[in-house]
Design a protein around this ligand. Structure first.
Ligand code: FE2
Length: 195
């Protein structure tokens, strides 16, 4: 990757080295992995001086996911999630663990559960401000809606997932009926593999 920006590449490289060490320990339970990932991600998003500007570009209509690093063995991936003003996800899941670290701006997440009568909100909406870290996984709650907290500015969070999330088969949910649809998100900066 060409570094044409003034961004400091060290923090991301340090983070990737820490992630490599964390996922190398395959014996530890997910909760321990998430705790360690959360600490490393918290350190990464504590400073906003390292994200290459090409991975911070919003799209006028859709939120963007840029791949920053994919582990060669698909044990984890690191993504910059760029929200244009007012942008919002559908209700979706991940089918793997994920950690979300807020880098710039703010976002609001709302957890959901799938019931016979449709999707229902569970718990309070959670706002993430710069430096904050949150988690998802099938074990602790994997279904949510996330939106930019701002209608007038870009927000960016850094996501880490327990697989190559751009290739992961997962789901969106119809709010009224709970009906599931499978999707694969891909990345804004990576050509999708042809099926
Ligand atoms: Fe999500």
């Amino acid at each position: 990757m060409q570094n044409t920006s003034t961004a400091d590449t060290q923090p991301l490289r340090r983070f990737i080295a820490r992630m490599d060490a964390i996922v190398a320990d395959t014996s530890q339970p997910e909760a321990a992995t998430l705790e360690q990932v959360g600490q490393a991600l918290g350190d990464l998003v504590a400073q906003d001086n390292w994200l290459d500007p090409q991975f911070a570009v919003p799209h006028p209509e859709y939120y963007r996911q840029y791949l920053l690093h994919a582990d060669p063995e698909d044990r984890y991936s690191v993504v910059s999630f760029v929200w244009g003003p007012g942008q919002k996800t559908p209700i979706h899941d991940h089918c793997t663990w994920g950690a979300i670290g807020m880098l710039r701006g703010a976002e609001v997440g709302q957890a959901y559960a799938q019931r016979a009568a449709g999707m229902v909100e569970t718990g309070e909406a959670e706002r993430l401000d710069p430096g904050d870290v949150a988690f998802v996984s099938p074990a602790i709650g994997d279904i949510h809606v996330v939106r930019n907290a701002y209608d007038d500015q870009v927000s960016i969070s850094i996501h880490v997932y327990g697989t190559d999330i751009g290739k992961q088969s997962r789901h969106v949910f119809d709010a009224a009926t709970g009906a599931m649809k499978t999707f694969i998100s891909g990345y804004a900066n990576v050509e999708k593999a042809s099926a």
